[in-house]
Write a protein that binds this ligand. Sequence first.
Ligand SMILES: C[S@@+](CC[C@H](N)C(=O)[O-])C[C@H]1O[C@@H](n2cnc3c(N)ncnc32)[C@H](O)[C@@H]1O
Length: 247
Amino acid sequence: MNAIPNQHTAERLFSGPIGEEYEKLKLICPAAADMSRRVGEYLADWLQGRAAPETVLELGCGTGVTTAALLAAIGRASLTSVDSEPTMLAQARANLAAWIDAGQLRVVENDALSFLRAQPAGSADAIASAFTLHNFMDGYRIEVLGEIFRVLKPGGLFVNGDRYGLDDTLEHTRLIQEEVKQYFKTFRELNQLDLLEHWIVHLFSDESPDRVMRLAPALERMAAAGFRPATVHYRHEVNALVTGIKP
Ligand SMILES: C[S@@+](CC[C@H](N)C(=O)[O-])C[C@H]1O[C@@H](n2cnc3c(N)ncnc32)[C@H](O)[C@@H]1O
């Protein structure tokens, strides 16, 4: 069960049953796989007409759903994906073994902030992520954004498909209530009330004031980090596809 965090280091939100049975996410959040596809497609479109990228990084690869979309986007270039959770990484390594064996994908166990701090300034063409930054505590997320900006080359792309809370808090609460109903429906049918409990607790931490990533403040934070522009390309319920360019 998730402990209440008290520090700005990586937490282990995916270490237990949620991580072990992460494939159940597609039942409670069918929009997640669609967002992974959109992140990959956005990167592919952005790369059109540019020189092949030398360095593409992914933060929070999980079991590799978005990683696969990124690999499709970058053609023969290589990708380095980081995640802090061994339970998730073991699945990513199994799901993406062909790319790892071919030397096209490097999977690193580390937390996003420590990983970024170890990268040279101005070294990455693009940094991608999906459904990872919303898990961060606010202070940690601000530090990560600053590091993403530092590590990108001038002209580099940050693309993030994630939970971005609605600035209309009443509508946001209504959508979260619908989500909770979907969790109950799914896990009742599967007779997995243990997993239901874990996902509800997880949702509470996503929604906590120290963590919830609302869209307007998130864009302001990106602008404060230096991104010009920070743009929303797609919005569906509590999810959004957001990009930032380092000038
Ligand atoms: C909701 S999953 C999303 C996985 C994947 N991006 C996808 O689209 O399916 C979030 C992932 O972020 C990882 N994560 C959470 N906090 C992290 C941190 N501080 N550093 C690195 N990875 C982190 C978790 O271990 C988990 O695998």
